[in-house]
Write a protein that binds this ligand. Structure first.
Ligand code: S3P
Length: 169
C-alpha cells in the first residue's frame, strides 16, 4: 500500500466514505476513524444539534480542528465529512499527511442512497436535489485539487467498492 501515513476519503454525502472506509481499514489492518462520529464523541452531541446551536460556521471550525488532530496520528483510514475540503488548512494537512481518495458519485445515486436520511442538516429541506447539485459544483474542484486517486462508486455496493478500490492502492 501507499507509504503515506494515513488514507483519507473525501467526497460528497452519499459517496460511501464511511462504509467503504471501514471495510478498507479492515482489509489493510488499519484503524478506521469517521471524522463526523469523532466530532460527535468530542462534543457529546449530534451534528444536527451542533448546526442548530453554533451554525454551519461553528460546525466547520470543529470539523477542521478534529481533522487536524486526527492527522497528527498515523495508520488510519479517515472518512471525512463532505465539507471537510472547504477549509484551505484542512486541504493542506490532508495532502501532507495522507493519501487522498476522492470517492465520486452521481447526483442520481446520491439521491437514492440518501433517500431515507434525516441526519444531515444541509439536506433537511425539500430542495435536496438543488442543494446537492450546488454543493457538487462548489466542491468538486476542491476534491479534485487534493485527490491522489479518484474512484467512481456508482457501480458498486460498499463491499464490492472496497475490494475494487483496495486493488488500486
Ligand atoms: C456535510 C456532510 C456530512 C456532515 C455534515 C455536513 C457536508 O458528512 O459532515 O452533515 O457539508 O457535505 P457526510 O459527507 O459523511 O454525509
Amino acid at each position: 500500500m501507499n507509504p503515506a501515513p494515513n488514507l483519507v476519503l473525501v467526497g460528497p454525502m452519499g459517496a460511501g466514505k464511511s462504509s467503504i472506509g471501514r471495510r478498507l481499514a479492515g482489509r489493510f489492518g488499519l484503524a478506521f476513524v469517521d471524522a463526523d462520529r469523532e466530532i460527535e464523541t468530542r462534543t457529546g452531541t449530534t451534528i444536527p444539534t451542533i448546526f442548530e446551536c453554533e451554525g454551519e460556521a461553528g460546525f466547520r471550525a470543529r470539523e477542521s480542528a478534529t481533522l487536524a488532530h486526527l492527522l497528527l496520528d498515523e495508520g488510519q483510514v479517515i472518512a471525512t465529512g463532505g465539507g471537510a475540503v472547504l477549509d484551505a488548512g484542512s486541504r493542506q494537512r490532508m495532502r501532507e499527511r495522507a493519501f487522498v481518495v476522492y470517492l465520486q458519485v452521481s447526483l442520481a445515486r446520491q439521491l437514492d442512497r440518501l433517500a431515507r436520511d434525516r441526519s444531515r442538516p444541509l439536506i433537511a429541506g425539500d430542495d435536496r436535489e438543488q442543494v446537492l447539485q450546488r454543493l457538487s459544483e462548489q466542491r468538486a474542484p476542491l476534491y479534485e485539487e487534493i485527490a491522489d486517486l479518484r474512484f467512481d462508486t456508482d457501480p458498486w455496493f460498499p463491499p464490492q467498492a472496497a475490494v475494487q478500490l483496495a486493488r488500486l492502492l
